[in-house]
Structure formats: C-alpha cells, structure tokens
Design a protein around this ligand. Structure first.
Ligand SMILES: Nc1nc2c(ncn2[C@@H]2O[C@H](COP(=O)(O)OP(=O)(O)OP(=O)(O)O)[C@@H](O)[C@H]2O)c(=O)[nH]1
Length: 297
C-alpha cells in the first residue's frame, strides 16, 4: 500500500498511456513526449531534434496535421499562446486534433520554468455535449414552430415581441394581424386537407412579404401575426396591401387585416395585440377583405 512505481516502471506506464504526457524546459524545448503527444506533434520516436513549442506548432500548422490550429495569423496565435504559457502555476485548456480528438490538458509550471503537461481524452464527452446542444436546438425549434405551416407559433411570437419591448430603446414597430375570411366554408366545401394547404400557402406568401429580422407567426387556427421592426403604419399598410393584392390574384381565399403600431415606450405585447385585434374585428365587421389601422395610431 502507498508504494509508488519506481522510475522505470512509471516511465513505462506514462509512455504507453492513452493520456498525453509531456515536459518542456524553461527555454521551451520539448524534453519528453509520450506516444500520444508525439503523434499529436507529428514526431517519430527517434526524432532527437531540440524543438521548441513554437517549432512544434509551426510544424503542425504547415502540415495541417495533429494539433488543430484554426487561425489565419499563426504569429498572433503563437504570441497569445506564449503569453499564456508559464503565466500561472496551473492552467487547463482544451486541445483538439485534425483527426477530431479532444483532450483536456492540465499544464503545471514550476518555479524554474519547466512545464509538465498531462491531458485526458474527452472526445466522447465533447461529442455527447455537441449531440445535446444539437438536440436542444432541435427541441427549441420544435417548441417555437407551428407544425403545419412551419412558421413561428404563438409562443415564439409573444416571446419575440416581448423581447423587443424589453429593450431600453425600442424602435417604432408594427403588428399586423390577419385572419382568413370565411375559412370555415373552405373547410366545409373543399375539405380539411385543402384548408390545411391554404394555411401553408398563406404562411409562405406572408413570409415572402417581410424582411429578414421581421417575424411571421401562426397564432391561432386561421389567424397569423406579423411583427415589423423599425416600421410605422405606412410601411405596415404597404405590406398588408401587397399581401392582399397577391391573395386577390389567385382565387381562393381573402384575408382581413388589423394593424397597430407602437408609438411610445410604454407599449407592450398585450397593448399592441389588443389594438391590432380591435382593428381586425373592425375589418371583419366592415365586410372582410380589407385593411384597418387601429384608432390608436
Ligand atoms: N384546415 C384547417 N382548419 C382549421 C385549422 N385550425 C382551425 N381551423 C378552422 O378554421 C376555421 C376558423 O373559423 P373562424 O375564424 O371562426 O371563422 P371564419 O369561417 O374564418 O369566418 P371569419 O373569421 O368571420 O371570416 C374553423 O372552421 C376551424 O375549424 C387547421 O389547422 N386546419
């Protein structure tokens, strides 16, 4: 018990370990690298050259093998790395290789300036973390997307608009609500699948009318909402008019539109939505297929 391996035994284990082991002199010459580290630096067992850390890195960079160095400016990369080396007695960093392996490396520096490296492979962990991040992204997208039309859903829309109003300096913004006229009849006369297709087509048409950064969402059965950043009622009316004209060109469905714009900093999702919804109701009452701008604007 408590008997540490003798020098030769220890060297035997270190040499054959799957971990990284390395040792640098105070003038940064590689004094020892085990098999794993020699592979990463691209050195053969009989390589007796006195290579510095910078030589080794330049070698990997030029051959694009081993230690993966992603930079357009190797001198700047080396200057940064050399500034970090020996800056503290202990530090840890991740190292990845051109073969896609990852290591968590711990670097220990003694008072004389010798550096001892020990690294453990963490490729599986990194892969799992990446899988989890991808899965998280996929789930977030699912949670925010309307399954039928693939545009955003109500939850994402509320979040997006609320985030806009949470910002300290909000640009003027507009909300357009649009609702298909007599959609019940479309379903009744042409069937539910045709109704679904009409919703998909409408979502596509609306998406084409807005700028990147603006948002369209399906927020109810046959109701869509658009949020336009940096826009006033004139721009919002133009978007709605373009859309209305496009819909009129192809016989099938028409929509009613309600528009509301934020004028002051106290605006919030609820107040803007209420104004747009009132305007939409007015458009429906006026005989549908029309655009109404909120009284508050
Ligand atoms: N095909 C299809 N229909 C849906 C879907 N969700 C809701 N609906 C239908 O959409 C219709 C919405 O009707 P309403 O908005 O109440 O009324 P409307 O017939 O559109 O009449 P106005 O809104 O007054 O013009 C209902 O018949 C719902 O069954 C869906 O995902 N697919």
């Amino acid at each position: 018990m408590n008997k540490f391996p003798q020098n030769e035994q220890l060297q035997h284990y270190v040499e054959r370990s799957q971990d990284i082991f390395g040792w640098f002199s105070p003038d940064d010459i590689l004094l020892y690298a085990n098999v794993v580290l020699r592979n990463i630096y691209g050195l053969s067992q009989r390589d007796n050259r006195r290579l510095t850390f910078s030589d080794l890195i330049r070698n990997c960079y030029e051959k694009q093998r081993g230690f993966l160095i992603e930079t357009d400016d190797l001198d700047a990369w080396l200057a940064y790395a050399n500034e970090k080396r020996r800056s503290v007695p202990h530090r840890r960093f991740q190292l990845d290789t051109t073969e896609g392996r990852w290591y968590m490396v711990s670097e220990t520096c003694d008072t004389a300036g010798y550096i001892f490296l020990h690294g453990v492979e963490i490729t599986d962990l990194v892969d799992k973390t990446n899988d989890l991040s991808n899965e998280q992204r996929r789930l977030r997208r699912l949670a925010n997307t309307d399954e039928l039309t693939q545009v955003s859903n109500r939850r994402a829309f509320v979040e997006h608009v609320s985030a806009h109003f949470d910002m300290p300096h909000t640009d003027p913004a507009c909300m357009i609500l649009l609702d298909i006229d007599n959609f019940k009849l479309v379903n009744d006369e042409q069937g539910h699948l045709s109704g679904d297709q009409a919703l998909i087509n409408l979502a596509e048409q609306v998406s084409h009318q807005i700028r990147p950064g603006d948002m369209v969402a399906r927020i109810g059965g046959d109701e869509f909402a658009v949020f336009l950043h940096n826009a006033r009622s004139k721009a919002a009316t133009e978007v709605a008019s373009r859309l209305r004209k496009r819909l009129q060109k192809a016989p099938g469905i028409t929509c009613s539109f309600g528009i509301a714009c934020s004028k002051d900093k106290v605006a919030c999702f609820e107040s803007l939505y209420k104004s747009a919804d009132d305007a939409l109701l007015t458009a429906k009452r006026k005989g549908k297929d029309s655009i109404v701008i909120s009284d508050n604007d």
